[in-house]
Design a protein around this ligand. Sequence first.
Ligand code: GRF
Length: 198
Amino acid sequence: MTRKTSIAVLISGGGSNLQALMDTTQSQDFPGQINLVIANRPNAYGLIRAKQAGIPALCIDHTAYPDRATFEDALHAALRAAQIELICLAGFMRVLTADFVNKWKGRILNIHPSLLPHYRGIHAQQQALNDGAEMSGCTVHIVTPHLDDGPILGQRQVPILPDDDVDSLSARILQEEHRLYPEALRLFLEQKDAQTRK
Ligand code: GRF
């Protein structure tokens, strides 16, 4: 098997997607390995999940920095120090500047709780409900400087039921996120491997 890609997962909260990624990447034949978890909030539960899994985890608290650029410099330095090759955003609630995204061009993935290009930005589930949509779902895509844009790597659909509220819809989508993210990550890494072997 080819060398495993070194991955960092960036989180802000509960980290259930992080958990799904940690569980899957532990398998010997997975083409990537999570070597670092970074949260921008000190109380992010995902930090505890990472520690329980024995993965180095640190908090870079964005409120400790005067602006986005200095926060992102600290992020970039930590990623470089850990020799990270690929970033997976998993419920990371900070918009990254074009400057940062361009430094990691084509090497940042994100998961979003809607069927992009529909309902970009925050409160995607509420946007779908407000719109009277019958279907929703989740998308994994490559991050570009434009918010929730960029090449789509995979999607999963879920129905929106008549009694749904934000919580019930979010929970249904989240279950699919946990399946989609590891699958899309594997595909992305396998395609990258195949390209470098050409
Ligand atoms: C997920 O719905 C993700 O798509 C969104 O924020 C949520 C994070 O959940 N951006 P978790 O922290 O992975 O549990």
